[in-house]
Design a protein around this ligand. Sequence first.
Ligand SMILES: Nc1ncnc2c1ncn2[C@@H]1O[C@H](COP(=O)(O)OP(=O)(O)O)[C@@H](O)[C@H]1O
Ligand SMILES: [Mg+2]
Length: 302
Amino acid sequence: MPYPIFELPDDAPIQLEQLGTKTKFWYYGPRGQKMLFKEGRPGTGENWAEKVCCEICKLLALPHADYELAVWKGRSGVVTPSFVPDGGRLVLGNELLARIVGQYDQSARFHARQHTVRIVLKVVSDPRIAFPHSWQSPDAISDAAGVFAGYLLLDALVSNQDRHHENWGLIFVPGQEEVFFAPTFDHASSLGRNETDETRAERLTTKDKGRSVEAYVERARSAFFATPASVKPLKTLDAFREAAKIRPAAADYWRERLAAIDPIQYSDILDEVPDTEISEPARDFACRMLEINAKRLLDLKA
Ligand SMILES: Nc1ncnc2c1ncn2[C@@H]1O[C@H](COP(=O)(O)OP(=O)(O)O)[C@@H](O)[C@H]1O
Ligand SMILES: [Mg+2]
């Protein structure tokens, strides 16, 4: 059964969301729950990529924002129930880092060189930070830093290049002492969703190693720097490797979860994306990326 595409009434919006880069608004879902509609830029594959990553989060048992495909006034997007309780506030990474890192550039996004794996894991390892709400934590994971290691495994698996300091955060709820680690969200810049079908087909069949899908995934960069003196951001796999050094037991746990996935499950997920949302070469290319990245993650030596 293909994933459903939810149709929103024209008068759905109750409030615009300013954060991030895409058109989005809040509305109330059928059961009165607060939901966000996020429009994918036409022709970019952002919507299917978001949905596919959400299904992969389920396979890995990562705490994640839920996404469904949706359409509003003929504009395609995704919808996601709010993971912030009423009255609560999501404080994003840039604001958190600015509190502890001198002269942190909050507006830099991909150029924030102080956005290192080490500093982020330090921030989220504060013992006052609780696991994402209603997430069952396994024994191998002792704090939110261990959960973050899982987010970085996901990013390496799907080649998500967008884990900048506005794509992770903490949830503060007035009157509650605990602060919650936010589930993982915003995975639309992944899985080669912006390549043309021509490029995909060529890369899938070429004998030129430099043009292969292996070479393509190898180049994926994260939004983390090795040190504030680094010129380029880390590759996605190296960002996970950094986290694995700091939280080895958690990293092993996430790799075990990954090892338990049969690659057929990746193609099953891609096959369930409606044909109106994705092309056959896009499916094949994304699948191949997942297979290669899974192998790279499982082959990693300590
Ligand atoms: N499920 C959600 N629950 C609560 N807030 C959300 C949710 N999804 C997104 N947001 C809020 O909207 C902002 C932008 O969403 P995001 O998915 O990051 O879109 P963009 O691709 O435009 O960056 C986030 O920084 C967060 O503040
Ligand atoms: Mg974002």
